[in-house]
Design a protein around this ligand. Structure first.
Ligand code: MG
Length: 313
């Protein structure tokens, strides 16, 4: 019986069965054909791509030395999620990461005060430091040092931090060596990361831009030209004291314009000029200070992240 006879004499159900079988056969043949074609097109040695699942952790693995956690421990807390920021361009400051404490976003100096000390005659005891509302000039998304108004100090105090700060040295020079755009990012009001125009401006190595002032030169000089925005990304570990003694020194890890300039280098002591700086016990947290060295420097896009230990939330 040919198909036309079957269609003519067969029941409606039999006809439908035959047609669906035909479709299935056709689809199978087509599928095999496509598979063969795909195998022909696959690169030699390529692995077939398919969705796979994996364990979320393990609980019968060995304990990691010095840790409370096992290898791939399923119970180990997952790190906090942070939305990353964006990088700056010469025209536009980037966006800080979501957990950053923003110290200057281009609008105002509400996170800062100026620290001022009256001048006394030589031989007289130094005047007490006064905190006054910040007076440095804010304009066009940056602020500029107003010489003689005193250093700028954060209201909030910090210990271990990641710090991002951008600065621009002026194209009109007010001097050379240490008088060319001298300022400083001074952690805990004691440990200076030098700000200077070090583009074709010879000075002593441990006093140029990105030096740990008076102690360690940067590993390389990654300075940009005056009039261009530059970045410092600093990881600072605060010193620890116990019973009036130094337990652990301060450490700097730092990048200047994205180039590594310090690789967890210890500070010898607090910043000092022409003498060796030493440590004196102080609080676990203190303000970040921007130095007024009586010359103009601009700053923008300043933020910090307080650092936590592993597995801390
Ligand atoms: Mg300085």
């Amino acid at each position: 019986m040919v198909i036309s006879d079957f269609i003519r004499f067969g029941s409606r159900r039999q006809v439908l069965r035959l047609m669906s079988a035909g479709c299935l056969l056709g689809a199978t043949v087509a599928g095999v054909g496509m598979q063969a074609q795909a195998q022909e097109q696959r690169e030699p040695g390529a692995v077939e791509r398919r969705y796979r699942t994996a364990p979320l952790g393990y609980d019968k693995t060995p304990v990691l030395p010095g840790q409370q956690w096992k290898v791939h421990d399923i119970a180990r807390p997952r790190p906090e999620v942070v939305e990353p920021g964006t990088f700056s361009t010469s025209d536009q400051p980037g966006r800080p990461p979501s957990d950053a404490i923003v110290l200057f976003d281009g609008s105002d100096l509400s996170a800062w005060v100026n620290e001022r000390r009256e001048r006394r005659r030589r031989g007289e005891p130094p005047a007490p430091v006064q905190e006054v509302p910040a007076e440095w000039t804010v304009q066009n998304g940056y602020f500029e040092i107003k010489a003689g108004t005193g250093s700028l100090v954060t209201k909030e105090k910090f210990g271990d931090i990641q710090l991002h700060i951008e600065f621009m040295t002026p194209t009109e020079f007010e001097g050379d060596s240490q008088w060319r755009a001298n300022s400083g990012v001074i952690l805990m009001k004691r440990y200076e990361f030098q700000v200077l125009d070090s583009y074709n401006n010879p000075t002593y190595a441990d006093g140029q831009a990105a030096s740990i002032y008076g102690q360690w030169p940067p590993l390389v000089n990654a300075s940009r030209k005056p009039g261009e925005w530059q970045t410092y990304d600093i990881v600072f570990e605060a010193p620890r004291f116990e019973g009036g003694k130094l337990l652990k020194p301060a450490y700097f890890t730092a990048f200047h314009n994205g180039v590594l300039v310090h690789n967890r280098k210890e500070a010898i002591g607090r910043m000092a000029h022409q003498v060796v700086g030493t440590y004196e016990p102080h609080e676990a947290e203190d303000s970040l200070l921007l130095q007024d060295h009586a010359v103009k420097v601009r700053y923008r896009n300043i933020w910090v992240r307080k650092l936590k230990g592993y597995d801390e939330r």
